[in-house]
Design a protein around this ligand. Structure first.
Ligand code: AMP
Length: 517
């Protein structure tokens, strides 16, 4: 017997077993799972009333609210395809994604209604714009909770997740019900999250479907705490008041928590489990969160295209005897294949595995059940990224002798100086060990003698001081001299995407101007 592998199955079970438990908290509002799923059913029914049928696309522009969480059930359970849009994009991007996906309904949080009103005439396929406030609530109370549940095949599309599009137009990553189910199950094999657990939404739900935690937490009957805006004071307050045990966050969010002043932080409860990915976390950040806060930080890695998780930096018994700082160095590695994700290799330009020497760079390629179905309406891009039967990540990594993979750069960001590779991540990791440094980014700039040379952009901690010469000397003491930055520019903040990636192309552009002067 076969039933489709779909995360909707978790909703069915949790409603039956945990219907009377509070499953979702959003500000003052608390919803039991029964109330939450009743709202989802009503919205499904309302969408069908608007003519949404199986395969149709329904787009959302919303921060982490309970309405956004409802979309992950209400839309797929009628066989429609969810398009969660990054709310920090521009109005032109909203138009591009809505049109490219062919969305017929666009649901918008009140904060983004102004942006959409200005471009309403450019939306080619959207028939209904629904404001996720009073209008949505009125539709829910009018709708009957009964809706028509179509047959769903596990290979049907569940979501179109648009890539951040920093260098090209965003691409629609086709994630199937099966892809998402695999990622949920695989994550639950590695992380022992239970019905007692409370999860805080510090990760945007639009980012690769909140790394599938929109379904993971529901699957175990745990509690979602919605958080529309990540501010350290609010995060620490909620951790205390809601007894939060789990959160996911990009390293940039962890840096802001780790460096929050004592009056913002207050007492920090110990034992919070942190899952981090999206960019490489620095050993210094991990050491601080584990050593000073008593939290447990685990790094995972993946892409929107891979549902998203591929690796976990899995702890081993032999790690237990390491000192806190040695352990943080291990934990800063990208990790090993997750049990259910499939096969990961690091290969050279000819497709041969690189030696496990911790030095030779190659590209991470992968095959398995979490790989996207393809890019929506873009067979060329699909062919390019997975045409040879392996999904090419574009991430440059080394393999350590113990088999742990460590990402050193995006392939296009690798710095080649005098014929030697320099990992910007390695140099950034050293700078982050300096007591005055809050954030650092290394970019390669053209250099007459070396071809390219590393330059640093640094954000100092509030009230801290350091000079360019001091930071260069600090890295030269700890790294081969050719890896040390040739210059340091102090900035108030680094340009970042909404998902916490430093936009190195922006820095390179600005830097070229500085060097010319
Ligand atoms: P996205 O599709 O927006 O989630 O971005 C995926 C990219 O984020 C990957 O290709 C990596 O470059 C980066 N990334 C994600 N997780 C990690 C990690 N643990 N360490 C280093 N880079 C990461």
């Amino acid at each position: 017997m076969e039933t489709p592998l779909t995360p909707l199955e978790f909703a069915r079970r949790t409603r039956k077993l945990y219907g009377d438990r509070v499953g979702v908290v959003d500000g003052d509002l608390g919803l039991t799972y029964e109330q939450f799923f009743d709202r989802c059913d009503r919205w499904s029914s309302a969408l069908q009333g608007m003519g949404v049928r199986k395969g149709d696309r329904v787009a959302y522009i919303a921060p982490n609210t309970h309405q956004q969480l409802e979309s992950f059930y209400a839309v797929p359970q009628i066989g429609a395809v969810l398009v969660p849009i990054n709310f920090r994009l521009t109005a032109e991007d909203f138009v591009y994604i809505a049109n490219h996906s062919g969305a017929s309904v666009l649901c918008v949080h009140p904060d983004y209604v102004g942006a959409i009103e200005g471009v309403r005439s450019q939306l080619e396929t959207v028939k209904h714009v629904v404001v996720l406030g009073d209008e949505y609530e009125a539709a829910l109370s009018r709708a009957k909770p009964a809706f028509q549940r179509p047959e769903i095949d596990e290979n049907d599309l569940l979501a179109l997740n648009y890539t951040s599009g920093t260098t090209a137009k965003p691409k629609g990553v086709m994630i199937t019900h099966r892809n998402a189910w695999m990622n949920v199950m695989d994550t639950l094999v590695h992380f022992h999250i239970t019905v007692d657990d409370v999860y805080l939404w510090t990760l945007p739900m639009f980012h690769a479907n909140g790394w599938t935690f929109v379904w993971i937490i529901t699957a175990v009957g745990g509690r979602h705490i919605c958080l529309p805006k990540v501010e350290p004071a609010r995060v620490f307050d909620l951790i205390r008041s809601e007894k939060v045990g789990w959160l996911c966050a990009a390293p940039t969010v962890l840096i802001s928590l780790a460096n929050a002043p004592a009056d913002v932080r207050g007492d920090v409860p110990r034992g919070v489990h942190v899952v981090t990915a999206g960019a490489p976390p620095a050993a210094a950040t991990i050491e601080r969160l584990e050593g000073e806060f008593g939290w447990e930080v685990t790094q995972v890695y993946g892409l929107t295209e891979t549902s998203p998780f591929l690796t976990i930096c899995e702890p081993r018994p032999e790690h237990r005897s390491l000192s806190a700082s040695e352990l943080a160095v291990i934990k800063a590695r990208t990790g090993v294949e997750m049990i259910g994700a499939g096969e990961l290799r690091v290969v050279d330009e000819n497709g041969a595995d690189v030696p496990a020497d911790g030095q030779t760079l190659g590209e991470i390629v992968h095959r398995g059940n979490v790989i996207l179905k393809g890019y929506y309406n873009d067979p060329e891009a699909t062919e390019k990224v997975m045409g040879d039967g392996w999904f090419h990540t574009g991430d440059a990594a080394v393999v350590h002798p113990d088999g742990y993979v460590e990402i050193r750069d995006r392939i296009k960001d690798v710095i080649i100086s005098g014929g030697e590779n320099i990992s910007s991540i390695e140099v950034e990791g050293v700078l982050l060990r300096h007591p005055a440094v809050q954030e650092a980014a290394i970019v390669g700039l053209p250099h007459e003698k070396w071809g390219e040379a590393p330059f640093a952009y640094v954000v100092l901690k509030p009230g801290a001081t350091a000079t360019e010469a001091e930071l260069i000397a600090f890295t030269r003491e700890r790294l081969a001299h050719f890896k040390a930055p040739h210059g340091v520019t102090f900035v108030a903040e680094l340009p970042k995407t909404a998902t916490g990636k430093i936009q190195k192309f922006v820095l390179r552009k600005g830097a070229a101007a500085i060097v010319r002067q």
